[in-house]
Write a protein that binds this ligand. Structure first.
Ligand SMILES: C[S@@+](CC[C@H](N)C(=O)[O-])C[C@H]1O[C@@H](n2cnc3c(N)ncnc32)[C@H](O)[C@@H]1O
Length: 272
């Protein structure tokens, strides 16, 4: 049985705005303002970084076990990082998302999947022992229960700028905004500006994983990555029929696009 708070949250999730092109392709999905969004984030803030400027200084200690670090840029509602961190637990993960209302979904999804409780029926976060932590009050989640994912709200360019050279094993950029206007090309997550910062933070042999529904963004990305110091080791115009299909973890956007028949494009690029 779903509690009233869970039903409110479910309705909020459905209240995405879908704008369809002639081809049936979703070009925009907007999240409505979250009820008690900031308070809900505070409650689960032991899974988060709130000050990106200190990101590297205390990041390694915040994980229970030292493991190679993977970053997802624009984690959206968190389905991908939650599933990947479970499927491949031999890494630590940092989920970066600039919209705090979206991050509420991601962090609560991860917490629920890890068995760290759920939204309580009359507000607050219900912990596994049944007690409720009111919204806005921080729950000090025991380190051993936090798992291998941490979340940070901020712009990827800013977050990456605080990471040291050669510190990251993989970067995931899934269904990032296409920024179609030429004047905004530097904001695309595969622009030469971003590729330069990935090359700096990735370890040699580290991998950039990129997926999109968008043909124009994909063509642009194949070109920019091909011209960079990355080795383009894998390109597909139909990920779900490629040899990566079996291990592929679908994101929320990916599921929406593929249900509408849009082929998913993907590339992997290795730092030399
Ligand atoms: C189109 S959605 C895709 C969400 C998710 N990756 C998925 O595939 O379902 C892109 C997400 O990336 C976030 N985003 C875009 N550019 C970003 C940036 N420079 N830094 C952090 N987050 C970013 C947006 O806020 C949005 O939630």
């Amino acid at each position: 049985m779903q509690t009233s708070m869970q039903i409110i949250v479910l309705l909020e999730e459905i209240c995405y705005t879908y704008i369809l092109t002639k081809n049936g392709v979703i070009i925009n999905m907007r999240m409505r303002k979250k009820r008690y969004g900031n308070e809900r984030l505070t409650t689960l803030s032991s899974l988060m970084y709130t000050n990106p400027e200190e990101i590297w200084s205390d990041l390694p200690e915040s994980y229970e076990i030292a493991r190679p670090l993977r970053i997802e840029i624009g984690c959206g509602k968190g389905g991908f990082i939650t599933a990947l961190s479970k499927a491949e637990p031999d890494h630590n993960y940092l989920a970066v998302e600039r919209v705090s209302d979206v991050m509420v979904c991601a962090i609560e999804k991860y917490a629920e999947e890890r068995g760290l409780g759920t939204l309580a029926s009359h507000g607050g976060w219900q912990k596994p022992d049944g007690s409720v932590c009111p919204y806005g009050e921080k729950w000090e989640i025991p380190m051993a229960e936090r798992g291998n994912v941490r979340f940070t709200i901020g712009d990827a360019a800013e977050v990456l700028s605080h990471l040291p050279d050669n510190s990251v094993s993989d970067i995931y950029a899934n269904f990032s905004d296409p920024w179609p206007k030429k004047g905004y090309a530097d904001r695309r997550l595969t622009s030469p500006v971003f590729l330069k910062s990935y090359l700096r933070v990735l370890k040699p042999g580290g991998i950039l994983h990129f997926k999109t529904d968008n043909d124009i963004l994909f063509a642009y990305s194949v070109e920019t990555v091909g011209e960079s110091e990355f080795d383009l080791q894998f390109v597909t115009y139909d990920l779900h029929k490629s040899d990566r299909a079996e291990k592929n973890i679908m994101t929320e956007y990916e599921r929406n696009f593929s249900e509408k028949g849009v082929l998913i494009k993907a590339l992997e690029a290795v730092k030399r």
